[in-house]
Design a protein around this ligand. Structure first.
Ligand SMILES: [Zn+2]
Length: 241
């Protein structure tokens, strides 16, 4: 995995800024893993994708990921901090077993699967459609006899549990206890969106720095971006930006 220079970093942000968060995550991985074909990354299980995003987070911004959410009951601000190294290790403990339930076999969901249900607004229907897509069918099966034995709610939960063991980082759940009203809650960390918001913040800061130094000294964008962070910061102090 290679670190991007400032020029590459801005190009990444520029290319990805209008994409869906799923695609922004894939783009960020591809930019740092030039050998990973875009098709292949879209077919990685979600845990492997999130592991790569956690590695990128360490590379770009360091291992300590800090964020916040609000309490659903009293709107108190709830802060969290995650060590990305711990996330990366969690995926190493993957069970790597095929997921089987009542004779039906499922592969692990990928970014491509997730993208295909992104417009499904029915909260009950979305996980079922995802499972149907991940079902591995015998050759003689046609589209008409997929999931011939309907899965019960318990079966769906069992498949989800097995998938979580096989691909532990597919879903990053954060538990909270509100210090104000003491209610407990769980939130899912959307790593592609979180990382992209950090990429965007850094890209905008770089553009602001280019603007301030180009306005003061007349230097070209490429010259300013090629400076070390410390040199750029020192000039910015001098111009009072
Ligand atoms: Zn609260």
């Amino acid at each position: 995995m290679r670190a991007l220079n400032n020029e590459d970093f801005l190009a990444l942000w520029e290319t990805g800024q209008r994409l869906h968060p799923i695609d922004q995550g894939l783009l960020a991985i591809q930019s740092s893993l030039p050998d990973a074909a875009s098709e292949a990354v879209a077919d990685w299980p979600l845990g492997r994708r999130n592991q790569a995003l956690a590695q990128l987070r360490v590379l770009y911004f360091g291992p300590q990921l800090q964020g916040w959410t609000t309490c659903g009951q009293c709107e108190e601000k709830l802060e969290f901090e995650i060590d990305c190294h711990a996330l990366i290790l969690r995926q190493e403990e993957a069970a790597r077993e095929p997921v089987k339930i009542r004779g039906q076999v499922f592969r692990l969901p990928t970014s491509r699967d997730l993208a295909s249900i992104v417009n499904e607004i029915d909260a009950e229907e979305a996980p079922l459609r995802l499972l149907q897509q991940c079902q591995i069918l015998p050759i003689e099966t046609t589209a008409f006899n997929r999931l011939t034995t309907p899965l019960s709610r318990e079966d769906i939960e069992a498949v989800s549990e097995q998938m979580a063991l096989a691909d532990p980082l597919a879903e990053i759940a954060l538990g909270f206890e509100c210090p104000n009203c003491h209610s407990t809650s769980q939130e899912i960390l959307d790593l592609p969106s979180f990382l992209w918001s950090e990429i965007e913040a850094r890209a905008k800061r770089l553009l602001f720095e280019v603007h301030a130094l180009a306005s003061a000294y007349g230097w070209a964008e490429a010259q300013i971006l090629a400076m070390t962070d410390i040199r750029r910061a020192t000039y910015l102090q001098m111009v009072g930006a």
